[in-house]
Design a protein around this ligand. Structure first.
Ligand SMILES: *Cc1c(COP(=O)(O)O)cnc(C)c1O
Length: 227
């Protein structure tokens, strides 16, 4: 069994154990910092949804691949600077990291300019960690309201809970904020905790190292030099 097949089986089991339909959980293959051979192998297995955390690295890797693969879905799961919004629109089908007013306004302006919008998620800093991106839980309702007032449709919420703590309370908090705002999609869970996330209601899980192996940081260093 391939790593992907094993992960899909674990997602299915976790969903069924929680009384959920496994089809309601999407595996997002986090291909950041992975060598192309590993990504190509997962593509060849039929994986269509990929997550990247840097706009430039994603462009280098996917811009030439995407036109010939209409079913490919790319999601930005890393922080987005306002000066990269235009590039992000050109490449990504979804932006999961809407987390501040300035970015909301830049995205709204780009939607006005282009007439199209990627699917949008608001990122919540569920653990209120100073080093982490995301809107604070107490400010999340207001940011969702701001998005809506700007004509942006928010599909769901995304979070990366604190690494050193049990994640379930943070997943539950994200689900509560989503429910309070009438949002259905929850992007939560990574290699170490995706089954817990599914039990807590995740509709997409972002899995990198469990799928591809440990990330190749050397590869990133080289990519950065050539960009
Ligand atoms: C890197 C990354 C992941 C994947 O992490 P793994 O532990 O390798 O599965 C998921 N989400 C985000 C936002 C990431 O940056």
């Amino acid at each position: 069994m391939t790593a992907r097949a094993q992960i899909l089986t674990r997602i299915e089991r976790a969903a069924l154990a929680a009384g959920r339909d496994p089809a309601d959980v999407t595996l997002v293959a986090v291909s950041k910092q992975q060598p192309w051979d590993a990504v190509a192998a997962v593509l060849a297995e039929g994986q269509e949804v990929f997550g990247e955390n840097r706009v430039q690295e994603a462009q280098t890797r996917w811009a030439s691949v995407k036109p010939s693969r209409p079913d490919l879905e790319l999601r930005l799961i890393g922080p987005l600077q306002t000066n990269k919004v235009r590039d992000a629109f050109a490449l990504f089908d979804a932006i999961e990291t809407v987390d501040r007013e300035k970015l909301v306004r830049a995205i709204a302006a780009e939607v006005d300019r282009t007439g199209v919008s990627p699917r949008l998620f608001v990122q919540v800093n569920t653990g209120a960690e100073p080093q982490k991106a995301g809107i604070l839980p107490k400010d999340a309702d207001a940011l969702v309201a701001l998005c809506r007032s700007q004509g942006l449709e928010i599909e769901g919420l995304m979070a990366i809970p604190p690494a050193e703590e049990p994640p379930a309370p943070y997943f539950t908090l994200l689900a509560q904020i989503a429910a309070a705002n009438g949002l259905e999609k929850l992007s939560m869970g990574m290699s170490g905790d995706f089954e817990t996330a599914v039990a807590c209601g995740a509709t997409s899980v972002r899995v990198g190292s469990a799928l591809f192996g440990a990330r190749d940081t050397q590869h990133v260093a080289r990519t950065d030099l050539t960009e």
